[in-house]
Each structure stands twice: as structure tokens, then as C-alpha cells.
Design a protein around this ligand. Structure first.
Ligand SMILES: Nc1ncnc2c1ncn2[C@@H]1O[C@H](COP(=O)(O)OS(=O)(=O)O)[C@@H](OP(=O)(O)O)[C@H]1O
Length: 406
């Protein structure tokens, strides 16, 4: 065979050289990409695991305990994040989520926390505080799912319907140590058979020192609710927002009227027999306002000191004052003050200067603060007379004159 010419010799030596350079380059690129991928995964995993596994879900005494973290071999500072750090990160995340809400979702927002009785009783995947995982920023999905742990509520706003319960809950949510379900769980009245695990799962995650709350105004008039809540925990703090029962009844009626405009007049529903002046106490709008009767059932299971009665009227005229009492009752630092509120003339109600996690002023939606229909004065007076003895009893029981009777 003839030896290869110069041209052939050149290609034979150059080809393996370029191939080996190319292989090395490929190898380097691969290892670079692999390390980038590993690094990325590690970072994600650390975020996911550090909070709940190490610090919270297994109980707080485990936080920071050496060697207890799942991140064995991982960076120690990740495994022992202090609760304060977690809290800040969670708060930042909550703020981020609030900010992310598109402007067009204001109506949806209202459905979640401003509708009259948005309920979670139909299923756990409702519009509660923890329902917006889809909005999580990339890489923080795990953080959102795993940070903190779900607790049964330590405090519940149990009533009363149309008393101002939504306003109270939304004002309280401004407090960094309060976490609440947005919608009404209706567990102790409609969904008790679903069990406490189901109920707890509805709750937002909390960090050490934060209070879990919910509000379902119908609990106050549910016969089984006191025993059931006491069975969950005897220490549950109960908050009742009460309002003049006559105005409350009209507000209740106004709500029903807005949904079913064909219902009879308030005046005709009020009486069993109008000429005899016999009030129909079986009508729920009337029945709910007999606060003293309902309270008797609660006092069989809870000491009065474990209940706080918030004036629905003062919640409007002096929200900061009422919120001060509520924060004291819950053992919270008084963070919500008059600096947080302004009076919105158009709305006719106090609103938040900044809603939780937002920089914008926020009023409750249009289902709160509706214009009530004009009710026959004589009927209003009859109702005032009807409620007076019950109100006086209620003032005695609570040790507080709410001033509904002149
Ligand atoms: N800040 C603020 N903004 C708007 N509305 C306020 C506020 N504070 C108290 N209220 C009063 O709350 C009443 C509704 O009560 P609830 O939230 O308990 O209603 S519900 O039972 O959840 O449907 C609602 O009743 P209506 O006025 O009859 O609509 C309001 O009077």
C-alpha cells in the first residue's frame, strides 16, 4: 500500500486531536450542567424542608435540636432556621401573594373574604387562606406548602350573623401573629362528621407563636356547637360580635332580600299575628337576636371569661378601640391601632389603610354595609319592646351594657 501523502498525514493527526478537544468540551459542559442542576435542586429542597420538618411540624421543642433535621449532612444554618426567620419569610410570601392578585380579581377576593357566608363546608379545597398555591412564585411552591404547620384554631369568632364578624376577622388578619381561614368552615354546624383532621386541614399554616382563627357566625346559634368546640379544646377562646338585635334582624332580612327579591315584607314576617302583636320567634332573623338564650348554652361549656363580646356598633365607630380589646383577649401585642384605619366617606364605614400584605387601602365589599329597607316604625318599636328583657339579661350575663335600649 502506498503510504499516505502529506495531505492524508495531516488529516490523520488532526482528526483525533479535535475529537478529543470536542469530547473534553462536551464532558465539561455536561458536568457544568449537572452541577448546576444539583445545586438548583439542593436549593429548592432546602427551602422546602427546613421549616416544617426541622422546626415546626414535629413540635416546637424540636426546633433547632441538633441532629433532628431531615437535612442531615445539609447546611446546618438551613436546618436550624430560627422561628423569626421563618415567620419573616412566610410574611414576605403572604405579602407577595396578596400583591400578586390581579386587579380583576377584586370580585374573587370579595368572594373569599367579603362575601356574606363563603363556606368551606362543601369541601376542603375552598377559598380559604391557603388556597392560592397556584400563585406561588417559581421555586417557592414547596415553601408555601410546607412552611409552618396546620393547627386547630385556638380562637373562633362564633357569631353573630350580621354582627360585623367579617370586619373583625379582616381587621385581625392585619396582625402578623394571626392567621385565619378566609371562608367560613362551618365545621361545628354542618360538617362535624368530617372529623377534626378534615377541619385542621382547612386551616392556614402557622408558625410558632401565631394564632389560628376562623369565623363562622352560625355557631353561636347552633345547639351542638358549644359541646363540640369544648370537645376539641376546652381552652378555645370564643369571640362574639353582637349588634342591636333589631338592626341585626333588618340586616339579615336585607341579605335574604338581595338574593330573593320576592320574599314577603319584613313587617309581615315579623309577626305570627300582627293584630295580636305576636312576634314570630321561629323566624331566624328574630331568633338569632335573642342573645341571652343562646349564651346560656355556651355557658354550660365555657366560663364567661373565655368569651369576648365585641360591640358591632363600636367596631364601626371605634374599630381600633374594639381591636385593642380583642388583641388583649387573644394575648397579642397591640399592633393594630387607629393608625391602621381611616373612615371612608363613600363607603360610610371604617376601612383599612393597608390590607394584610398590601399597600393599598381596603374596604369590605358591597355585601357589607348595604342600605336597609325602610321598616314601619311601629314594627321596629314592637321589636324593641320584644328584645328589651332579653337584652337586659344579656347585659347582666356579660357584665356589659351595649346600649341598645336607650
Ligand atoms: N368596616 C366595616 N365595613 C363594612 N361593614 C361593616 C364594617 N364594620 C361592621 N360592618 C357591618 O358588618 C355587617 C355584616 O356583618 P357580618 O360580616 O357578620 O355578616 S355575615 O354574617 O358574615 O354575613 C354589615 O351589615 P349591613 O350594614 O347590614 O350590611 C355592616 O354593618
Amino acid at each position: 500500500m502506498a503510504p499516505p501523502g502529506p495531505a492524508g498525514a495531516h488529516s490523520a493527526s488532526a482528526e483525533p486531536l479535535s475529537r478529543s478537544i470536542f469530547r473534553k468540551f462536551l464532558l465539561m459542559l455536561c458536568s457544568l450542567l449537572t452541577s448546576l442542576y444539583v445545586f438548583y435542586c439542593l436549593a429548592e429542597r432546602c427551602q422546602t424542608l427546613s421549616g416544617p420538618v426541622v422546626g415546626l411540624s414535629g413540635g416546637d421543642e424540636e426546633a433547632g435540636a441538633p441532629g433532628r433535621g431531615v437535612l442531615a449532612g445539609g447546611p446546618r444554618e438551613m436546618a436550624v432556621w430560627p422561628a423569626e426567620g421563618q415567620r419573616k419569610r412566610l410574611l414576605q410570601l403572604r405579602q407577595w401573594r396578596r400583591r400578586r392578585r390581579p386587579p380583576g380579581r377584586d370580585g374573587g377576593e370579595e368572594a373569599a373574604w367579603e362575601e356574606e357566608t363563603p363556606s368551606l363546608a362543601g369541601g376542603p379545597g375552598g377559598s380559604g387562606a391557603g388556597s392560592s398555591v397556584a400563585e406561588a412564585p417559581p421555586g417557592t411552591l414547596e415553601l408555601l406548602l410546607d412552611e409552618g404547620s396546620k393547627q386547630l384554631p385556638q380562637a373562633i369568632i362564633i357569631g353573630v350573623k350580621k354582627g360585623g364578624t367579617r370586619a373583625l376577622l379582616e381587621f385581625l388578619r392585619v396582625h402578623p401573629d394571626v392567621r385565619a381561614v378566609g371562608a367560613e368552615p362551618h365545621f361545628f354546624d354542618r360538617s362535624y362528621d368530617k372529623g377534626l383532621a378534615w377541619y385542621r386541614d382547612l386551616m392556614p399554616r402557622t408558625l410558632d407563636g401565631q394564632i389560628t382563627m376562623e369565623k363562622t357566625p352560625s355557631y353561636f346559634v347552633t345547639r351542638e356547637a358549644p359541646a363540640r368546640i369544648s370537645a376539641m379544646s376546652k381552652d378555645t377562646k370564643l369571640i362574639v360580635v353582637v349588634r342591636d338585635p333589631v338592626t341585626r334582624a333588618i340586616s339579615d332580612y336585607t341579605q335574604t332580600l338581595s338574593k330573593r327579591p320576592d320574599i314577603p315584607t319584613f313587617e309581615s314576617l315579623t309577626f305570627k299575628n300582627r293584630t295580636a302583636g305576636l312576634i314570630d320567634t321561629s323566624w331566624s332573623a328574630i331568633q338569632i337576636g335573642i342573645y341571652a338564650k343562646h349564651l346560656e348554652h355556651w355557658l354550660r361549656h365555657f366560663p364567661i371569661g373565655q368569651m369576648l363580646f365585641v360591640s358591632g356598633e363600636r367596631l364601626i365607630s371605634d374599630p381600633a378601640g374594639e381591636l385593642g380589646r380583642v388583641q388583649d383577649f387573644l394575648g397579642l401585642k397591640r399592633i393594630i391601632t387607629d393608625k391602621h384605619f381611616y373612615f371612608n366617606k363613600t363607603k360610610g364605614f371604617p376601612c383599612l389603610k393597608k390590607a394584610e400584605g398590601s399597600s393599598k387601602p381596603h374596604c369590605l365589599g358591597k355585601t357589607k354595609g348595604r342600605t336597609h329597607p325602610e321598616i314601619d316604625r311601629e314594627v321596629v318599636q314592637r321589636l324593641r319592646d320584644f328584645y328589651r328583657p332579653f337584652n337586659l339579661k344579656f347585659y347582666q350575663m356579660t357584665g356589659h351594657d351595649f346600649g341598645w335600649d336607650g
